[in-house]
Design a protein around this ligand. Structure first.
Ligand code: NAD
Length: 486
């Protein structure tokens, strides 16, 4: 069987003793390949390799030389585009279209975007008066933070991993990546790319395994790691923050969301239905920025619910490679159990089921996959766990509202603060509301429209820090002040 190995100091490393775990297909539950599970010794070796790289050839490269390598990485990803698409399709079960148009191109774009950023960033300087009248000059330089742990989720694995690896390397750091145990394939492929374009050994390392008492925790606790960037669940972020406290290491966190979608009666109706459909159901609802709470102004409430129902019922189930299919499975049987527990909870809390609510009847070759129906409810109280907790599945609850003030209150009544999408033709209202909703990103008449130069991150329990453009430099570099007495 094919084995995905750890990538340490420029080499693919088999686990001593052959310790492996199995990766199954979300589509039909068949075994896809096995993965070498890193031991604590492998994590040590990867961290040592990353530290060694900082003091070796990599640490001596000029910014221009690093930028050339990053462009090379982007070009090589593009050259091996089909390999990345196939690997990510197999790991996630999601469709070719989303891989080809969003997730894989964004991986290459991340390397280009941060190569551009680092080339053009400036630093500050001050002329300082001194008592002897001769003065001093103060200026700042940015230096790499060191060896960075990059701990990643499974929902858009390559895009989210490169969103961290690219700025880390652009700033001159080295990395040890811990991909999700559900989706290790593209992190391994990126190791091949790094070698092919001549990124020095030890700059990019990958250790495979799980979270607690496994590669994730060992990496986060490792004293050789200078900072940790993590995307995943808020609960995991809490555990990682405790690990980071030892040694007072910096963290950058992109965590969970329970995002509101708000539709006013004056919205472009069809665009709003399509926008909320994508926000709730793209990637089978497994996008942190997705919308699980929808608020619709009362005059169009019934019409909107019916239109979204029709749209949700139009999905075509199928394998990622099936060109007619538009909808994939959840990532795993375990995640399906979690999502179905919320479907059950909605029933228990008295929801009106608009559509879905269970497992679809599918042909025998798909029946063992982690499929669930796209699901819409109405009629739940805002106190229901279904409305308050992140489900991370293809589902949403829709509730009517009557005023701007009321819907701002509803949107803000959450421990999370990642994103919001507002649909209205009244732009004054849209700007006004965007300033009052406590989130990291507010989309108006759009959703998931990203400019990589903008700050990205979450408010409240949805994260710590901002990544994107120059904002990434705040985390991936230390600013050093240099004071010269004249
Ligand atoms: P997860 O938190 O379960 O796992 C993420 C990673 O952390 C995995 O690699 C896992 O092995 C590792 N991990 C788990 N426990 C750990 C520990 N104690 N120490 C160190 N590492 C540990 O998240 P997931 O289920 O893979 O991803 C889905 C979650 O990610 C959702 O909550 C979603 O909202 C969030 N997410 C957020 C963003 C964002 O930008 N805010 C983007 C994508 C996903």
């Amino acid at each position: 069987m094919f084995v995905v190995h750890n990538f340490i100091n420029g080499e693919f490393v088999e686990t001593a003793g052959g310790q492996t775990f199995t990766k199954r297909s979300p589509v039909d539950n068949t075994v896809l390949y096995s993965v070498s599970e890193a031991s604590q010794r492998h994590v040590d070796a990867a961290v040592n390799a990353a530290r060694g790289a900082l003091n070796g050839e990599w640490g001596n490269l000029s910014t221009e030389q690093r930028v050339d390598l990053l462009y090379g990485v982007a070009d090589e990803i593009t050259r091996r585009f089909d390999d990345f698409v196939e690997a990510e399709m197999a790991d996630t079960g999601q469709h070719r279209h989303v891989m080809e148009h969003v997730f894989i191109p964004r991986g290459a774009a991340n390397f280009r975007a941060f190569a551009e950023t680092i080339k053009t960033v400036s630093s500050e300087s001050f002329q300082t008066a001194t008592p002897d009248g001769r003065g001093a000059i103060n200026y700042a330089i940015r230096v790499p933070k060191g060896a960075i742990a990059v701990i990643c989720p499974w929902n858009a694995p390559f895009m989210l991993m490169t969103w961290k690896v690219a700025p880390a390397l652009a700033c001159g750091n080295s990395v040890v990546v811990k991909p999700s145990e559900e989706t290790p394939a593209t992190a391994s492929l990126l190791g091949e790319v790094m070698s092919a374009v001549g990124v020095p050994r030890g700059v990019y390392n990958v250790v495979n395994g799980f979270g607690p008492d496994s590669a994730g925790e060992w990496l986060a606790r490792h004293p050789g790691i200078d900072a940790i960037t993590f995307t995943g669940e808020t609960r995991t972020g809490t555990a990682i923050m405790k690990s980071a406290a030892e040694g007072v290491r910096d963290v950058s966190f992109e965590l969970g969301g329970k995002n509101a979608g708000i539709v006013f009666a004056d919205a472009d109706f069809d665009a709003a239905v399509e926008g909320i459909y994508r926000a709730a159901f793209l990637n089978s609802g497994q996008i942190c920025l997705g919308t699980e709470r929808v608020y619709v102004e009362r005059p169009i409430f019934d019409r909107f619910v019916n239109a979204l129902k029709a749209r949700a019922e139009s999905v075509k189930y199928g394998r990622p490679s099936d060109p007619g299919a538009t909808y994939g499975p959840l990532i795993s049987q375990e995640h399906r159990k979690k999502v179905l527990s919320y479907y059950e909870r909605a029933r228990a809390d008295g929801a009106t089921l608009v559509t879905g609510g269970g497992i679809p009847g599918l042909p025998a070759d798909l029946a063992s996959g982690a499929w669930v129906q796209p699901t819409i409810w109405t009629g739940l109280p805002e106190t229901s766990a279904v409305v308050r907790e992140e489900i991370f599945g293809p589902c949403c609850h829709i509730r009517p509202f009557d005023s701007e003030g009321e819907v701002i209150g509803l949107a803000n009544d959450s421990e999370c603060g990642l994103s919001t999408t507002i649909w209205t033709q009244n732009l004054s209202r849209a700007h006004r509301m965007a300033a009052r909703i406590d989130v990291g990103i507010c989309w108006i008449n759009s959703w998931f429209l990203r400019d990589l130069r903008t700050p990205f991150g979450g408010a409240k329990q949805s994260g710590i820090g901002r990544e994107g453009g120059v904002h990434s430099l705040e985390f991936y570099t230390e600013t050093r002040n240099i004071c010269v007495k004249l």
